[in-house]
Design a protein around this ligand. Structure first.
Ligand SMILES: [Zn+2]
Ligand SMILES: [Zn+2]
Length: 352
């Protein structure tokens, strides 16, 4: 076992604080990564505070991990010591079910589903998995990603969750050059959606309720910005979208966006609301054969494809770097959407 330093929540009502943890010895297929940066995702906060139920304490959050390979097992072929490497939301799955066989590990059909990077039962060392708010992690190479060398490393970290969560639906619904694509919401997810859809040469329209975000959305690559509270402005876009990616996690009226889809258009939801959205109008869907869908992160192969795509197009997240001991304040600010657009922890600041 190898000692690692982490930040953990000891209970739902406790702030995160330093905790020494153990990482398993490197097995034949394992890669040990010295973590350099870890992005801060909303899930981290939900899990630390047990807002979805089922949190197992202590919780060491973090699933937007980048670092350098420090040790590899005897049978590892994809990585060598010194390589850049990343880990996202999954560290293992059953690998034999139909979804795993198709490279869709995020939909693993085994009873326990995939092994989450933190707070999942740890099949290899017992206890529960501990995430990236730590100095190192040991992961099977099958769940370890290669990081393009041309990107700013700290700003790559959020691609491992926010990046793949938006890339996967844009790919799955086959967004093409010249198509009209809407992105709803300009937060951690939305700002990645804008960048990636623009790099796919779509005509990108950002929907926001905040006029203050217009300039920033255009800087990030949006061709148009629509204030979704403005019914007249919304009406000018009726029946015109091929695809809409909705990143908003708060309960809201979906019909106002469904009405903007062309015949056969799809709106895909990637935000998980605490309270349900009002039911969408069935008539609205029937008359234009419109679809409403959901999407969850992406498989490992697709996550690698996304990283390579971002390397090719020079895409990273817009980040605000923080020290490890600033994490509790960062979680508070994230709750108020007071971040442009993702916090990333500089792991060199971890207390040892
Ligand atoms: Zn996440
Ligand atoms: Zn499976």
């Amino acid at each position: 076992m190898l000692k690692a330093y982490s930040y953990a929540a000891a209970a739902a009502d406790k702030p995160l604080g330093p905790l020494e943890i153990q990482r398993r010895d490197v097995g034949p297929n394992d890669v040990r990564i010295d973590i350099l940066f870890c992005g801060v995702c909303h899930s981290d906060l939900h899990m630390a505070r047990n807002e979805w139920g089922g949190s197992n304490y202590p919780v060491v959050p973090g699933h937007e991990i980048v670092g350098r390979v420090a040790e590899v097992g005897a049978d590892v072929s994809k990585f060598k010591v010194g390589d850049l490497a990343g880990v996202g939301c999954m560290v293992d799955s059953c690998r034999v079910c139909a979804s795993c066989q198709e490279g869709l590990e995020q939909f693993c059909e085994s009873p326990e589903s995939f092994t989450q990077t933190y707070n999942s039962p740890d099949k290899k060392s017992g206890g529960f998995t501990a995430g990236g708010y730590s100095t190192s992690i040991v992961v099977d190479e099958a769940f370890t990603l290669s990081i393009p060398g041309n990107l700013e490393l700290a700003a790559v970290a959020p691609l491992l969750c926010a990046g793949i969560t938006t890339y996967s639906p844009l790919r799955h619904w086959n967004v093409q050059k010249g198509q009209k694509v809407g992105i709803v919401g300009l937060g951690g997810l939305g700002h990645m959606g804008v960048k990636i859809a623009a790099a796919m040469d779509a005509h990108v329209v950002l929907f926001t309720t905040s006029p203050g975000k217009i300039e920033d959305a255009k800087r990030l690559g949006a061709h148009e910005v629509v204030i979704s509270k403005d019914a007249a402005q919304m009406a000018t876009h009726a029946n015109s979208f091929d695809f809409i990616l909705n990143t908003v996690a708060a309960s809201h009226d979906l019909d106002q966006f469904m009405a903007l889809l062309k015949r056969d258009g799809t709106m895909t939801l990637v935000g998980a609301p605490e309270h349900p959205h009002p039911s969408p109008s069935v008539m609205n869907m029937i008359f234009k054969r419109r679809s409403l869908a959901g999407s969850l992160i992406g498989g490992i192969a697709e996550t690698q494809e996304m990283l390579d795509f971002c390397g090719k197009h020079g895409i990273t997240s817009d980040i605000e770097m923080i020290r490890m001991d600033e994490i509790n304040n960062a979680h508070e600010r994230m709750l108020k959407s007071d971040v442009k657009y993702r916090f990333v922890i500089d792991m060199a600041t971890m207390e040892k």
